[in-house]
Design a protein around this ligand. Structure first.
Ligand code: CA
Length: 224
């Protein structure tokens, strides 16, 4: 378990680091928001403990940036005040839990354990179809253990297919679910996106998974 602590107050930071290391967590520290964001994006942490008041970039902006980049890493926010507004702002920005300073280490540890447990359960919710694997938390996709790089729309399209396998999906259904509205005169945008997706998913594979149902739409299925 690797934890990133982003806190500019050296005393608080080393107090948290020491305590967590005694509990056998691996801990890295960052002392401003920019550094924290960079480390959180580049290294695979299991949890970030993030102070709200930070130099260079405040904690709320760090969480917002992480979530905008579809990074789902659990975040425990440290707030100085226990005002309802601060707490709401923290949770709205995309953090998972908060703790008000000053706090007892036992309470921090309890929150850390709960968040790590919760994210482990989420991670189990992978979707599989044939040799395709999709992780709805990180938005990563693999075919036969080879990671496939998809754009946001291609990902949304594939997730829709994988949640509805072996069913004919009409262009209207796809438009409504993936684009949130219906295209009247130019449903060919769906064909274009399905073809992008096919190139990435099926082109190099011996078994094709996305099939055209002539005049109707598409189906995700294994060939008989
Ligand atoms: Ca601070």
């Amino acid at each position: 378990m690797r934890i990133l602590v982003v806190e500019d107050e050296k005393k608080v930071s080393s107090f948290i680091k020491r305590g967590l290391e005694e509990e056998r967590y691996e801990v890295d520290t960052a002392f401003n928001g920019e550094e924290g964001l960079k480390m959180a994006l580049e290294k695979g942490y299991d949890l970030v403990i993030l102070d709200v008041m930070l130099p260079k970039k405040d904690g709320l902006s760090v969480v917002r940036d992480l979530r905008e980049r579809r990074n789902a890493i659990p975040v425990l926010m440290l707030t100085a005040k226990d005002s309802v507004e601060d707490i709401v702002a923290g949770l709205d920005s995309g953090s998972d839990d908060y703790l008000t300073k000053p706090f007892a280490f036992a309470e921090l540890l309890a929150r850390v354990r709960a968040l790590v447990r919760r994210s482990e359960q989420d991670r189990g919710a992978e979707i599989r179809f044939a040799d395709l694997r999709l992780d709805p938390v990180t938005h990563k996709v693999w075919r036969k253990d080879k990671e496939i790089d998809l754009t946001a729309k291609e990902y949304a399209l594939l997730e829709y297919f994988m949640r509805n396998p072996n069913q004919v999906l009409t262009r209207t259904m796809i438009a409504e679910h993936v684009w949130d509205y219906t295209f009247d005169s130019f449903t060919n945008i769906i064909d274009v996106y399905v073809n992008y997706l096919r190139k990435k998913i099926d082109r190099e594979a011996d078994k094709k998974l996305i099939h055209t149902v002539r005049g109707v739409g598409y189906i995700l299925k294994e060939e008989e």
